[in-house]
Design a protein around this ligand. Structure first.
Ligand SMILES: Nc1ncnc2c1ncn2[C@@H]1O[C@H](COP(=O)(O)OP(=O)(O)OP(=O)(O)O)[C@@H](O)[C@H]1O
Ligand SMILES: [Mg+2]
Length: 143
């Protein structure tokens, strides 16, 4: 990632959450890993839709909860991973998941907190908190 300052935004709609993902995407470079943290329904998939759109993906981005990984073609490949159904790091390693981290693409992982040892130390961490009435707080930190 280029020198993008960490951010802390409040969004009030899915559209704004998508917009927030797009803003981050403008700073992503090949090999970057984005770990998305937050409860069920926080907006991790909507945020990923924004990242993908910002990276030029035209296909619709849908949740990879059951398939674990979806790959999209954009200006760079986008690997969208959902760790929710994984048992943990060993499970992720058994799937060969880490191969998606060091290629030409950008990897976005929902529930990255479930595979803490697999997430590279320089990953970009995005935490989404559910606030009242359709609001979300989106906090991005990078190493
Ligand atoms: N500000 C907001 N940003 C994003 N989603 C919102 C917002 N307000 C309400 N929502 C709703 O919250 C839900 C977010 O869904 P999404 O699938 O992105 O969550 P998720 O974090 O990926 O969940 P899961 O852990 O099940 O994968 C949607 O139903 C959406 O309509
Ligand atoms: Mg999701």
């Amino acid at each position: 990632m280029d020198n993008f300052p960490p951010f802390d935004f409040i969004t009030v709609s899915t559209e704004e959450t998508i917009e927030c993902g797009k803003r981050l995407a403008a700073h992503l470079e090949k090999g970057d890993v984005v770990s998305l943290h937050g409860p069920i329904g926080a907006g991790k998939t909507y945020f990923t839709k924004g990242i993908a759109a910002g990276l030029g993906v035209k296909d619709e981005v849908t949740s990879p909860t059951y398939t674990i990984i979806h790959e999209y073609a954009g200006e760079k490949p986008v690997y969208h991973i959902d760790a929710y159904r994984l048992q943990g790091d060993d499970d992720f390693a058994a799937l060969g998941g880490e191969e998606f981290f060091y290629g030409d693409g950008v990897a976005v992982i929902e529930w990255g907190e479930r595979i803490p040892d697999s997430i590279p130390p320089d990953a970009i961490v995005v935490e989404i908190k559910i606030l009242e009435a359709g609001k979300r707080r989106i906090i991005c930190t990078s190493a």
